[in-house]
Write a protein that binds this ligand. Sequence first.
Ligand code: ATP
Ligand code: MG
Length: 395
Amino acid sequence: MHPPGADRVLVRHGEIGTKSEQVRRSMEERLAENLSAILAERDVDGTIDRQRSRLFVHTDDPTAAVDAATDTFGVVSASAVTTVEPTLEAICEELAAITASGFDGGTFAVDARRAGPQSAHDFSSEDIESEGGAAVWDAIEATGADPVVDLDDPDVTFHVECRPERAYLFLDKVSGPGGLPVGTQEPVVVLLSGGIDSPVAAWKLLKRGCPIVPVYVDLGDFGGPDHRARAISTAETLGRYAPNFDCSVRVVPGGDVVETLADELDETRMLALRRFMLAVGERIAASTGAVGVATGEAIGQKSSQTSANLAVTDVAVDCPVFRPNLTADKSDITQRARAIETFEESTIPTGCNRVAPSLPETNASVATVREREPADLFERARSVADRAEVVDPNR
Ligand code: ATP
Ligand code: MG
């Protein structure tokens, strides 16, 4: 619930505050830019005003602005606020006004915080809570209802944040994703299959500030157009969280290689395929300025993802391999996929052929995998990577 007449949104960030002054300033700047891009993409009117450790969005649509802010990486929470002069009288008057026009029953509490030097105000946060509480009480009584205070678990909390320049009043704190603003880290290639896991891995990287370079390996007869469409569609959804960053998908023609692997390899087929995909990713990382390659893998989730097999796939490349889902359970990944709205498209059946052998290796050695894989596997990886088609998911 927003206080009636709210005309701005208070946006709070978290970890940015732990940085040095200089880093903090540049991260705040990036946060403001990214939020501004999300507002613009959604056609929400709003101008951003940066203040120490918070941002304010001046807007005539606080509901939409809160939604936009709480989809922006780096934001811990946001509230639609009304503001008044930082005096006890003005605060109590506004609390009474909010109660008169916006309170519709239940227990209540006033929660106040005072910030700035002691000399900035001639009253304490306890004064705001007691006098503000009395103002709300009287305003409820004036409607003919019986006021009930509950300081432990109130139905409605009237929050007051009193700062030297203004006092801010709000009823709700909506949680954001946290993390760091996209663009405060170097980019990472993400092997994006369009399944449940890899879009979640991509989202987690964005959340920690890394722009992503999505790479989809077209598996030919083992994938097909629906498979490809699914990957591109998840990239489009991910792009909405960072509209000012290019989320174009590099679609790499991997069909011939998959066919070779399916013909020539049995138990180690999937490991050779993962090693091929990492090599494709490494090549694209080199040409796009990305610092590593990420996958959606989690320890033990599939036979190719046993801890032993992850070690075997890792050594295919010289660049770092990031696995944001490494220790997450499938249920947690699925829950996250639903929350970020990639789950639906990730579970569209694609009816493609199965690449996996019926008895896959679960404890491979690097030597065995190397010995069995085609001698030109990595050369082919580089060659197909160089022929990647760049697909803008928004077109
Ligand atoms: P996902 O749900 O992400 O597809 P998964 O559990 O199905 O994961 P695998 O199919 O074994 O796992 O793939 C492991 C990882 O390899 C994926 O998370 C993804 O990062 C990458 N990957 C798999 N297939 C492709 C593909 N066709 N193109 C790009 N990356 C892929
Ligand atoms: Mg998959």
